[in-house]
Design a protein around this ligand. Structure first.
Ligand SMILES: CC(C)(COP(=O)(O)OP(=O)(O)OC[C@H]1O[C@@H](n2cnc3c(N)ncnc32)[C@H](O)[C@@H]1OP(=O)(O)O)[C@@H](O)C(=O)NCCC(=O)NCCS
Length: 173
């Protein structure tokens, strides 16, 4: 029997989310791929800017039926700075990074649903041409998930955070 679509929505990250975000980032299935987030103060320093409207990187809490299930951030690729994506010349290119908060929800299709819903929302902005993501080359679960929502492998890249697999989803014509 066909399943009803999973109702996933997003709300902008706010200051009062930072303590929860710190706790999520310390969960082993997240820190395995996102690295050691450090102290609450470091998380505040790193993520408070993502709550600001003027920031080119914005953070969101993903909600499933109003329950928080994960974090996702989007960024303007061109002009990222600090050695990131120096070759990008398309102002319509966006990048995304994400994780599911609950280890027991991994590998069941929730990530695909979350990312698909987020990309559908991003592409409502007609100036956005493509969306990229850059998993670690050995993050097989993430790569498989990203392939299934239409990301195409562009190739291996070296980022300021180390080796990554650059994957891109172009806007559908
Ligand atoms: C990456 C992430 C968002 C993907 O969400 P998810 O719900 O786990 O992924 P999905 O279930 O939608 O898709 C994963 C696919 O990989 C498969 N898979 C699950 N575990 C796997 C593993 N250990 N190795 C390889 N493939 C795996 C799943 O079966 C599924 O494929 P299928 O649909 O063909 O069965 C989530 O796993 C996550 O938050 N991981 C921890 C943090 C992280 O890695 N973030 C991404 C950094 S780039």
């Amino acid at each position: 029997m066909p399943q009803p679509p999973i109702a996933i929505s997003f709300r902008p990250l706010v200051v009062s989310d930072l303590a929860t975000l710190h706790e999520w980032l310390h969960r082993p299935h997240v820190s395995e791929w996102w690295g050691d987030p450090g102290t609450p103060e470091q998380v505040e320093q790193d993520y408070l800017p993502l709550t600001k409207k003027e920031s080119t990187t914005r953070g969101y809490i993903a909600l499933l039926e109003n329950e928080p299930i994960g974090f996702i951030q989007s960024y303007v690729v061109m002009g990222s700075g600090d050695g990131w994506w120096k070759q990008e010349t398309d102002p319509g290119a966006r990048g995304i990074d994400q994780f599911l908060a609950n280890a027991e929800q991994l590998g069941q299709g929730l990530g695909k649903a979350m990312i698909q819903a987020f990309m559908d929302w991003l592409f409502q902005d007609s100036t956005i041409t493509k969306i990229q993501t850059d998993p670690a080359p050995e993050n097989d679960r993430a790569i498989r998930c990203y392939r299934q929502v239409g990301f195409v492998e562009i190739g291996a890249v070296i980022t300021p955070d180390g080796p990554a697999l650059l994957m891109v989803k172009e806007r559908s014509r």
